[in-house]
Design a protein around this ligand. Structure first.
Ligand SMILES: [Zn+2]
Length: 323
C-alpha cells in the first residue's frame, strides 16, 4: 500500500513565486535576494554575509569602468586592496585581507585594475603608472563619499603600485607592500624569453603563450618600457616621512625573491620589514598569519591617526570625544 504523502509546508518566494529553495535557479535570483534575506535567511546563509558587500563601479582617467567589492562595516575608515599581475579582486590574499579587516569592523575595498577581472580596458603588461592612476581615482572616489582612506595594500605588482602612489600623493598615511618587486628589470626573461628587448624592438610586441602554446597576452614595446623605466628606488625615496610602510615577504617566494624586500627596507625611511619564514608568493598556508600582521599594522596606524586628531588621548586618563 502506498504511503500517504505527508503535508509539507512550502514557502513560496514573493518575488519569483517559486518555492524558496528554487530561487537560485529562477530567472532573476538577484531580485529575490533582498526578500530571501528577510524571509528565508536560514536557507541562504551566504546572502546575509554578502549583504554588506556592495559592488561599486568607478570610472578611471580613461573613462573605463573599474569594478570593485566594498566590504562595508559602517566604519568611516576604509582600506583599499590592490591585486597583482594577472590576478583579480577575487583571489587570495586580497579576499583574505578584506575578510580579516571586515571582522575587525574596518571597511575594505578590493577592485580590479583596468583590463583585469571585471574591469573595462585591455590587459597590459607593465602599466605601473597607469595602475597608480586607477588607484588615485578609487581613493578620490571614496574620499568624495566621506570615507577616510586610512591605508592602501598591494600584493605583488600591486605592492609596487601602492608604493608608487605614496611617492606621488601624500593623502594616505599607511601603505602595505606584500611581496612587491624592487628590481623591475629582473623576472622578465622568465615570461618573455631570451633576448626579449631585441625581439620586441624588431616586432613592436611579444605574444606570451602558456605551456600548452595558447595565447595569453600581448606585451607591447610601450608597456615593457613602462616597466623598465619605473624607478622603484627613486619612488621609495619620494615617499614622505609621515607615511608608514610595511613590507611583508615570504622566504620561499619563487616569483619575487625575498631579497627584494631588504632593498625596500633600505630605500624607504619610515619602514617596517617582516620576512615570513616558509611563506611563498601567495602565502598558501600562511594566510592567517599574513592577515594578522597586516591588520595589526593598520590598526596601529588608525590609533596613531586618532592621537594626531586628539592629543589628549595620549594621557592615560585622557578621554577624547572625537574618538
Ligand atoms: Zn525567488
Amino acid at each position: 500500500m502506498a504511503e500517504k504523502p505527508q503535508p509539507v509546508e512550502v514557502l513560496y518566494c514573493a518575488v519569483c513565486s517559486l518555492p524558496v529553495e528554487y530561487c537560485e535557479f529562477g530567472p532573476d535570483f538577484g531580485k529575490c535576494k533582498p526578500w530571501l534575506i528577510k524571509n528565508a535567511p536560514h536557507l541562504y546563509p551566504d546572502l546575509l554575509k554578502d549583504a554588506k558587500r556592495q559592488r561599486v563601479f568607478i570610472e578611471n582617467k580613461h573613462g573605463e569602468k573599474l569594478v570593485g567589492i566594498l566590504h562595508d562595516t559602517g566604519s568611516k575608515e576604509l582600506i583599499i586592496i590592490c591585486h597583482g599581475f594577472q590576478s583579480s579582486k577575487e583571489n587570495i590574499p586580497m579576499v583574505t585581507l578584506a575578510g580579516a579587516l571586515e571582522r575587525e569592523g574596518i571597511s575594505a575595498f578590493c577592485f580590479d585594475f583596468a583590463g583585469n577581472g571585471e574591469s573595462e580596458g585591455s590587459f597590459q603588461y607593465g602599466n605601473y603608472h597607469r595602475e597608480s592612476d586607477d588607484l588615485r581615482h578609487v581613493v578620490q572616489y571614496f574620499q568624495g563619499q566621506n570615507h577616510i582612506v586610512s591605508a592602501i595594500i598591494g600584493h605583488s605588482k600591486g605592492g609596487n603600485v601602492v608604493l608608487l602612489y605614496a611617492s606621488k600623493h601624500s593623502d594616505v598615511q599607511t601603505v602595505v607592500n606584500i611581496s612587491g618587486r624592487f628590481n623591475l628589470k629582473r623576472g622578465i626573461e622568465g615570461r618573455l624569453g631570451r633576448d626579449y628587448l631585441q625581439r620586441i624592438k624588431q616586432k613592436g610586441f611579444i605574444d606570451v603563450v602558456n605551456r600548452k602554446g595558447r595565447f595569453e597576452y600581448r606585451v607591447t614595446e610601450e608597456s615593457l618600457m613602462d616597466r623598465l623605466t619605473t624607478d622603484t628606488r627613486k619612488a621609495c625615496t619620494l615617499i614622505p616621512d609621515e607615511c608608514r610602510v610595511l613590507t611583508v615577504h615570504g622566504t620561499i617566494d619563487k616569483i619575487v625573491p625575498y631579497q627584494d624586500a631588504l632593498e625596500f627596507a633600505k630605500a624607504i625611511r619610515n619602514h617596517k620589514l617582516l620576512i615570513m619564514d616558509g611563506a611563498n608568493h601567495e602565502y598558501m598556508e600562511h594566510l592567517d598569519k599574513l592577515a594578522s600582521v597586516v591588520v595589526d599594522f593598520i590598526k596601529e596606524g588608525l590609533h596613531q591617526g586618532m592621537l594626531r586628531m586628539c592629543p589628549s588621548a595620549k594621557r592615560p586618563n585622557g578621554l577624547c570625544s572625537k574618538i
